[in-house]
Design a protein around this ligand. Sequence first.
Ligand code: SF4
Length: 188
Amino acid sequence: MNFLQFRNNFELLIMTILSAQTTDVTVNSLRDTLFTAYPTAEALACAEQADVERIIHPAGFFRSKAKNIIGASKKIVEEFGCEIPQTIEELVTLPGVGRKTANIVTNHGFHKAYGIAVDTHVKRLSQRLGLTKSSDPDTIEKDLCALLDRKWWEHVNYLFISHGRAVCTAKKPSCENCIIRENCPEAK
Ligand code: SF4
């Protein structure tokens, strides 16, 4: 199962920003070139946007993503002493970072459970399993946090993504092979 293959929290943050609207496989394929050229926030903060655009082009939306990752790096250098912020409130002040990205960084980088990262898989499975009636990611996050013990929060994203990719796919859920079908109102 492919997830972002990051080696430190700077890479996790930048790769998560790049992963919007593309696959983890594509972002993983850019990792070595991008971080060999720009191994730290200080290095990426000083990068030429055109050079970064060339490297991250396969990830799509390369102009706005290049602008965001350079901007986020500058802010990390100038306002956070070159350290990746560890709270949701601080992380969402960085360009290109919303609650989903902030939750991924705090969950998987710092192992702090302030919330649950709601991506397309978490959204779809939460709805199918009857855990939320909402389609708004922030409301889904609140519904899941209210239902689940905090010790599970940092694991929900990976678990739901794994199940969503392997079994409960968007187009054709494989209910006959699903280990939670007994508890699922959408089981076919
Ligand atoms: S029973 Fe079907 S719809 Fe429900 S979680 Fe499993 S695969 Fe998805």
